[in-house]
Design a protein around this ligand. Structure first.
Ligand code: 9MR
Length: 347
């Protein structure tokens, strides 16, 4: 008899833990009519822990972006040869698991094959190459890739056109043409401009705002804006972020958070930084979910085991929702709490 109350307390104590572990992020996101997603690592189907990776991915997410394998160097390795095999694997995994696919990316200055970067082009030649690439790739995945990052990172950090091979050879009209060609190839796809460090109101986001405004006024089919959201545990200026979302939404654009990660220092108090990271994630979700133009929040990976961050930002890492052993982190639970709160609010 004596143990009964303590058993009861123990059981009651477990209830919230059980219920919140049973509900996945995607189930909650679906109740709010949004997508929650991840960038899928190269050849994830042949990782040593592929089963675990895929189990978490299919459980938690309903939108997938191939992290690298739809980029030029993989998908178009020679002028007359396309290689759709790895990209197909990403799309098949998504289809098998009732996820949509966010294609990344049709025009970028990075990860270009040597046959593009290794010679000079005339404007006419490069226009032909770009048209062929966009139309071939978009038609190949017509109806299967729902969203395309048509143009990626075309603006410099100071707010000018980036001096890429596309800009220098073709001029700014490569952007307009890219959107028009993608639209011709798949009129139903959602076409996005995607960039980093444009989350707040600043010189770069002002430039992007004016650029898209002008494109829309000309009738160029830009449907959405992608805020990449590669940030650190100190977060953002949230008021500026909220106002920025509002002004882009007023242009009639859908909003996508496309590549979120929140890096923390790898030395110092991990407990402190993970708590800060969780607060930042919660705040961003809170603001995004208050704006009906936001259609998806996508992370740039999901386990800290596979993330571009430590390789790029020295001394930083652990930027994602799950640790190296696929255990959910405080930021995962913080996001869940926000999703649950929003579901309650909308009842
Ligand atoms: O995560 C990607 C990494 O594996 C590649 O080595 C890198 C090469 O440039 O690109 C990373 O992804 C980038 C994305 O395509 C565009 N926005 C910034 C991302 C992080 O660099």
């Amino acid at each position: 008899m004596k143990i009964l109350p303590s058993v009861l307390i123990l059981l009651l104590g477990c209830v919230p833990v059980f219920s919140s572990q049973n509900v996945s992020l995607r189930e909650l996101a679906e109740k709010l009519n949004i997508y929650i997603g991840f960038a899928a690592i190269n050849n994830f189907w042949s990782l040593s822990d592929a089963e675990k990776y895929m189990e978490v991915a299919r459980r938690e997410f309903n939108i997938l972006t191939p992290e690298n394998q739809m980029k030029w160097d993989t998908i178009h390795p020679e002028r007359d040869r396309y290689n759709f095999t790895p990209a197909e694997k990403h799309v098949e995994f998504a289809e098998e698991n009732d996820m949509i696919v966010h294609g990344h990316t049709l025009v970028w200055h990075n990860q270009l094959p040597g046959w593009i970067t290794g010679r000079e082009w005339t404007k006419e030649e490069l226009l032909n190459v770009l048209e062929d690439h966009i139309k071939t790739v978009v038609s190949h995945f017509k109806g299967r890739v729902k969203i395309w990052d048509v143009v990626n990172e075309a603006v410099s950090d100071s707010g000018t056109y980036r001096e890429s091979v596309w800009y220098k050879t073709i001029g700014p009209e490569y952007i307009e043409k890219a959107f028009r060609w993608a639209k011709e190839a798949d009129p139903d796809a959602i076409l996005i401009y995607n960039d980093y460090s444009i989350e707040e109101i600043n010189a770069k986001s002002n430039f992007v705002y004016n650029m898209i405004k002008e494109l829309k006024e000309k009738g160029v089919p830009v449907d959405g804006i992608g805020f990449q959201m590669h940030i650190d545990y100190r977060g953002l200026n949230y008021d500026s972020f909220r106002r920025n979302l509002e002004r882009f939404a007023k242009l009639g654009l859908q909003i996508y958070i496309t590549e979120m990660d929140v890096r923390i220092p790898l030395s110092g108090s991990e407990e402190y930084y993970l708590k800060k990271q969780a607060e930042v994630c919660a705040k961003i979700f809170d603001i995004c979910l208050d704006n009906p133009a936001v259609k998806a929040i996508q992370f740039w990976g999901f386990t800290d085991k596979y993330s571009w961050v430590p390789g790029f930002f020295k001394g930083y890492g652990k930027a994602l929702l799950f640790d190296e052993n696929y255990n959910p982190k405080p930021c995962y639970y913080a996001i869940k709490e926000v999703l649950e709160k929003k579901i309650e609010e909308r009842k």
